[in-house]
Design a protein around this ligand. Structure first.
Ligand code: ANZ
Length: 844
């Protein structure tokens, strides 16, 4: 009875909450303001891990906080339950991916309930249920109708281990697969794409709206991913070719410095130009192409890579000066950026310079980077002349350093003397009027490749006619059910296992009844998570994906919480789909997540936890050892949420001790509810009310650790009054204990509920409203008054904020420091601004 026993407390309250459903959000007549707090839903691979323990602790603080602030809060949870790991595990163990997935969900759900995140479980959803993925298919059809879903042959990122296609976003910077770790190669396949590039500008521009409420890092990553560059397309006439070749350049000012042209070897253009060359060149080109296809995009773009290429024996004419430029094929030019061809300006572009030096091609400087751009500011400084600062490199061919800085144009006809920016403008004007160029924009972002040759995903709702036609499955025939995996060979081989489901794949053409085949690919699971936040609004509605009226009420999500590993892909896709739904008139907002909190990672001894490193800390073990509340409190107390938590540096034992201390404090309260607060210990009341006043803005700024620290102070102050002051019957002790229980609800709900009961209340403390601080108790007990003598600060006095001017002046004149400082000079004037300032003026 009198010992803090977390296991008993957990066992006592979990069934009570289960029965009372305090976190259900459904009353349609509720007139309170609303908040939608969403934690990224888990992928059910095995039981919960420490990363989950962190995100669901942090998200829950926010949800519980808004509830206590009088908001009607929606805080749902579900399972991102389609995907490759289920399929790989299933193959390894010879079991059905569905069985594996739903077993894991059962396990995670049990842990999640024990963990006591305040979810509305009645809205639970599984993306692998037909009731959910039916609407993925619906969404696909809406995009298809709009021309935003299309199929094309293209070079795709191929994971040779998982035998599947990867989105660009799934290829790590070192060129390996995010999933299997294998080196990703290129393969030509017919694939489904979503046309996210149509939305590139909006995805970029709307990031401005999120500034301040999304982490700056995430905004930057999204900007770079979309990667908009502004420049010009320039047309080069090609000898022996009817139509000119356009190149995209961000530096049209350097056109006079172009000394050769380079095309991507793996582009149609490369193949076509090579086909017109001599047999020897054709052969060299073929050999080169094969080599290129076995390297990654990352390798190709890396600047320190040895430059390779083949001269195609073809020539382009520079539209600015009529010069004949040799055309090369080289892999540093990418087939799918711009036009897959560049005008090479080796003097001013490092990659072009490296290439020119490797193949002994001419280098011509056209921007004098030593010439002042504005006014008469000398560019050669004295520091350069005395050797303490390096002279700017002048001859790129000799130094190997391209001149990329500002300067004035030279060797460029009518552009000579202009600054770089003016030359860009002038050149674009000239090209436009000649009809040989125009302003152009390019993006790094590519269309979203959504088809996967795997089993465990949403079937694509398209039927292919014998004549090659594509027939969308009529909406009233959705869902296209995923057939049972029984009898299917799931091992990856580059074609979808669904192709082997003969009865499923062969269907009559819905238009004319002729034999036809279902599309056998499944959708990238990022489609599932691109709109799930809307499905939570009415997860059981079988007539529509989501209810626009509910969306009007709840969406967009007010607070989204999850890992920074989703900074690009998931968030970008969800933003894109939201904009599409907006354009189709299904929602009235264009950004899905108003505010975003990215938590850091839970690491151990500075290293990421992983099975292979053998340094895993298990969720279940930690919870069993320290209790749910202590683990949750540790997550909140560890530091700013965006920082990593090193589990070796934090103390769940310390958290448990604090919780026991708080709990004993409630136990030691001997007064009854309703006691007159005013009669309580004033000093303790000040501590309580200061806490009540400060905690809300700290929570809203995600300074959870500071709130926990302040709560610890409050418990200490209360303990002192119980043990050595007015005792456990004092009203202020009760007030502090009730405040602690209400605040602990944010972090450690079991302990909080138990305290609440001991303090004489019915459950649930989670629904108790945050108390307003009494402003009269917030006035500081002392302020600092500054005393100046002849304008210099000579003393500081701690005084009551209510001190009168007379008293303050008296104190100042009596100060030993002031008496010493004035000495025997005569005081001619004293200005007093109580309670902050006394200014004494003397006559020497
Ligand atoms: C001539 C030039 C001169 C360039 C100069 C740069 C500096 P961002 O900013 O990334 O858009 N480029 C164009 N298409 C390319 C492709 N398919 N593969 C590789 N490189 C390509 O870069 C645009 C610049 O990258 C373009 O401007 C072009 O080189 C090159 F002093 O044109 B520039």
């Amino acid at each position: 009875e009198d010992l803090y026993d977390f296991a008993a407390i957990q066992a006592k309250w979990q069934p009570v909450w289960e029965e009372r459903k305090p976190f259900r959000t459904s009353d349609p007549d509720d007139t309170r303001p609303r908040k939608y707090v969403l934690d990224m839903f888990p992928y059910p691979s095995g039981d919960l891990h420490m990363g989950h323990a962190e995100v669901y602790a942090l998200g829950d603080i926010v949800a519980r906080y808004w509830r206590q602030q009088g908001f009607n809060v929606l805080h749902p949870i579900g399972w991102d339950s389609f995907g490759l790991p289920a399929e790989n595990a299933a193959i390894k163990r010879g079991i059905d991916p569905r069985a594996w997935t739903y077993d894991n969900i059962a396990q995670q759900k049990k842990s999640m309930k024990l963990y006591a995140a305040s979810f509305d479980w009645e809205r639970e959803l599984h993306t692998s249920d037909p009731e959910y993925y039916k609407w993925n298919q619906w969404l696909f059809l809406q995009l298809y109708k709009k021309g935003l879903a299309y199929r094309k042959d293209s070079w795709v990122n191929w994971d040779p281990v998982d035998q599947t296609v990867l989105a660009n976003e799934q290829v790590l910077p070192d060129g390996t697969s995010e999933r299997s770790g294998a080196v990703v190669v290129k393969k030509k396949l017919t694939q489904w794409y979503f046309k996210i590039t149509d939305y590139a500008d909006r995805l970029l521009d709307d990031l401005n709206q999120l500034e301040g409420s999304w982490p700056a890092k995430v905004i930057t990553m999204q900007r770079n991913w979309i990667g908009r560059s502004i420049g010009a397309d320039v047309d080069f006439v090609i000898e022996g070719r009817d139509t000119p070749i356009s190149v995209f350049t961000t530096r049209p000012d350097t056109l006079f410095g172009a000394t050769f042209m380079v095309v991507a070897p793996d582009s149609d253009l490369g193949a076509e130009l090579a086909a017109g060359a001599s047999p020897a060149v054709q052969e060299a080109f073929q050999g080169y192409l094969t080599r290129v296809q076995n390297s990654t995009e990352i390798e190709r773009q890396s600047t320190d890579r040895e430059k390779t290429g083949v001269f195609l024996e073809r020539y382009a004419i520079n539209p600015a000066n009529g010069e004949r430029l040799p055309i090369w094929a080289a892999d540093y030019v990418l087939a799918d950026y711009g036009h897959g061809a560049v005008m090479a300006v080796p003097a001013h572009d490092q990659r072009d310079l490296d290439f020119a030096r490797a193949f002994d091609l001419p280098v011509r400087v056209v921007v004098d980077t030593t010439a002042p751009v504005t006014g008469t500011i000398p560019v050669i400084t004295e520091a350069m002349l005395d050797g303490s600062e390096e002279l700017p490199p002048l001859d790129p061919a000799a130094t190997g350093i391209a001149l990329t800085g500002e300067g004035r144009l030279i060797n460029s006809g009518a552009l000579n003397g202009l600054s770089k920016n003016n030359a860009v403008k002038r050149m674009i004007e000239q090209l436009t009027s000649d009809g040989t160029g125009r302003t152009a924009k390019n993006y790094r972002i590519r269309d979203w490749l959504i088809s996967r040759q795997r089993y465990w995903g949403t079937p694509i709702p398209i039927i292919h006619g014998e004549d090659g036609s594509e027939i969308p499955v009529p909406e009233d025939q959705l869902p296209v059910l995923l057939p049972s995996s029984e009898g299917l060979d799931l091992t990856p081989k580059g074609t979808s296992p669904l192709g082997g489901a003969t009865d499923w794949v062969n269907v009559p053409n819905p238009i004319d009844g002729t034999p036809a085949r279902r599309d056998a690919d499944t959708m990238d699971t990022f489609v599932d998570s691109s709109w799930y936040f809307l499905r939570f609004l009415n997860p059981n509605d079988d007539t529509q994906a989501f209810d626009p009226k509910e969306a009007e009420k709840w969406a967009p999500v007010d607070q989204y919480v999850g890992g920074v590993e989703h900074a690009i892909l998931h968030l970008l896709y969800a933003r894109f789909i939201t904009k599409v739904l907006f354009d189709l008139g299904h929602v009235t907002f264009t950004e899905p997540f108003t505010s975003l909190l990215n938590q850091g990672m839970v690491v151990l001894d500075g290293a990421k936890m992983s099975k292979s490193k053998g340094n895993l800390v298990y969720f279940t073990e930690e919870v069993e050892r320290h209790g749910v509340d202590a683990v949750r409190l540790t997550m909140a107390f560890a530091g700013p949420p965006e920082d990593d938590i090193d589990w070796a540096d934090v103390s769940p034992v310390g958290s448990a001790k604090f919780l026991a201390r708080a709990w004993r404090m409630a136990r030691d309260v001997t007064s009854t509810p309703g006691i007159e607060w005013k009669t309580g210990d004033q000093a303790l009341r000040r501590v309580t009310h200061r806490f009540l006043a400060d905690a809300p803005s700290l929570i809203e700024a995600f300074k959870f650790n500071v709130v926990v620290a302040r709560l610890m102070e409050l418990v200490n102050a209360t303990r002192k009054v119980i043990d050595t002051g007015a005792g456990g019957g004092d009203a202020a002790v009760r007030e502090a204990a009730e405040t602690t229980a209400m605040a602990l609800n944010l972090f450690s709900p079991y302990t909080a509920e138990d305290m609440w009961e001991r303090l004489g209340y019915e459950p649930c403390v989670a629904l108790a409203q945050w108390r307003k601080a009494d402003p009269t108790l917030l006035v500081a007990e002392a302020v600092t008054a500054v005393v100046q003598v002849d304008g210099k600060v000579r003393d500081r006095l701690e005084v009551s904020p209510k001190i009168t001017s007379t008293d303050l002046e008296k104190l100042a004149r009596e100060s030993a420091a002031i008496i010493r400082s004035v000495g025997d000079r005569e005081i001619v004037n004293v200005i007093v601004r109580a309670p902050r300032l006394v200014s004494i003026v003397t006559k020497p």
